[in-house]
Design a protein. Structure first.
Length: 317
C-alpha cells in the first residue's frame, strides 16, 4: 500500500482560533506543522513553547516564500484574510481560511480567479459542516425521515467581540453554512434586526429572519457576542417532532422529541448515536484527500462559498 507524502503547513495567526488548528494539524498523520506566524510576540512565544520544533515568524510573506509548504492555514483577524489568501495563492499554495474567508463577494470571486489560474484549492473552515451532529441532521432531512420541517431556529451566544466584522459574520456564518449544507436550496431575507451596543459601526447582536424558497421553511437566527454562557443550539420543528442540537453537550449532542398526545408539551425523548469525532480533524482529512487527488472539493466548493458569502453580504447591507 502506497504511503502518501505528508502535507507541509504554515499557520498564520495564533490568537483565538489558531491554537485549535495548530493542535489538529500537529496531531494529524497527514500533515506537518512547519511554522507559525503572528505579529504578536506573546502569541509566538506560546506557540514555540507548545511546539518546540516549529519555526516562528512575524512576517507571513517571508514564511510562505522561504518554507517548502503546500498549504497555508489562515486564522488571522478577519480583515486580513483576503490579502493573506491572495498572497498565498499567488505563491502557488493551497489555502485553508478561517470563516469568513472574505467580507466581500467581489474579493471572493477574485480569489477564485487566481486559484483557478494557479490550479490550487481554496478551503474554508466551516467546522460544523464536519460535526457528527450536523451529519446526523442532514441525513434526517435528506431522507425525509420525519417529513419536511416547518421552522429552524439557531441560537449562538458568547464569543470575543471583534473590531473588524459583525457578530453575524462571526457567528451567523455558521448558521448560513449549515442551512445551505443541509437543505440544498436558496433562502430569502424576510426581516433583520441589528443592535449596535458597543460600536456604532459594528453590530454585536442580531436577529435575522429567513425563508426557504421551495419548502417554505421559516428560519430564525439569533446571534450575540455578550452572554453569561456559551450557547450553540439548533432547533428543528416538524409536525410532531422536534430535533434539538446542542454542540456544547459532550455526548448527547442531538435529542429527538416525539409528540405522543394531543398536548403540544407531551413529548418522549430519543437519544440517537452521534459521531463525536473532532470536526477540524475531519476537515483536515477531507483537505488531504482533495489535495492528493483522492476526492473532490464538493463539500466546500466554489459554488457553496459564493452562495454563503452572497447571502451574508445581503444581510449586512
Amino acid at each position: 500500500m502506497k504511503i502518501e507524502k505528508k502535507i507541509n503547513v504554515i499557520l498564520i495567526g495564533y490568537g483565538y482560533w489558531g491554537p485549535n488548528l495548530a493542535r489538529n494539524i500537529n496531531n494529524s498523520d497527514n500533515f506537518n506543522l512547519i511554522g507559525i506566524c503572528d505579529i504578536n510576540k506573546k502569541n509566538l512565544l506560546k506557540a514555540k513553547k507548545k511546539y518546540p520544533k516549529i519555526k516562528i515568524y512575524k512576517d507571513y510573506k517571508k514564511a510562505i516564500k522561504k518554507e517548502k509548504i503546500e498549504l497555508v492555514a489562515i486564522a488571522s483577524p478577519t480583515s486580513t484574510h483576503y490579502k493573506i489568501a491572495k498572497f498565498s495563492l499567488n505563491n502557488n499554495k493551497n489555502i485553508l481560511v478561517e470563516k469568513p474567508i472574505t467580507l466581500k463577494l467581489k474579493d471572493l470571486n477574485s480569489l477564485y480567479k487566481i486559484s483557478e489560474k494557479v490550479k490550487k484549492n481554496i478551503f474554508v473552515d466551516y467546522p460544523f459542516l464536519f460535526s457528527g451532529a450536523t451529519e446526523l441532521i442532514k441525513k434526517i432531512i435528506t431522507t425525509k425521515k420525519f417529513g419536511n420541517p416547518y421552522s429552524v431556529e439557531f441560537i449562538r451566544e458568547q464569543a470575543p467581540i471583534k473590531s473588524d466584522s459583525s457578530v453575524f459574520w462571526d457567528l451567523g456564518i455558521h448558521d448560513i453554512s449549515i442551512l445551505y449544507h443541509i437543505f440544498k436550496e436558496n433562502f430569502i431575507i424576510q426581516d433583520k434586526f441589528k443592535y449596535f451596543n458597543f460600536n456604532k459601526k459594528i453590530f454585536d447582536t442580531a436577529n435575522i429572519f429567513l425563508k426557504s424558497v421551495k419548502k417554505n421553511i421559516h428560519i430564525n437566527i439569533k446571534n450575540a457576542w455578550v452572554a453569561p454562557t456559551k450557547i450553540r443550539v439548533i432547533k428543528i420543528r416538524f409536525k410532531n417532532i422536534m430535533i434539538v442540537c446542542d454542540e456544547n453537550e459532550p455526548i448527547h449532542k442531538v435529542i429527538i422529541y416525539k409528540k405522543f398526545s394531543n398536548n403540544h408539551w407531551d413529548y418522549k425523548r430519543e437519544l440517537p448515536k452521534v459521531d463525536l469525532g473532532e470536526p477540524i480533524s475531519k476537515l483536515l482529512n477531507y483537505i488531504f484527500k482533495v489535495i492528493r487527488k483522492k476526492g473532490d472539493n464538493n463539500l466546500i466548493s466554489k459554488k457553496f462559498n459564493l452562495k454563503v458569502t452572497k447571502l451574508m453580504e445581503k444581510v449586512e447591507k
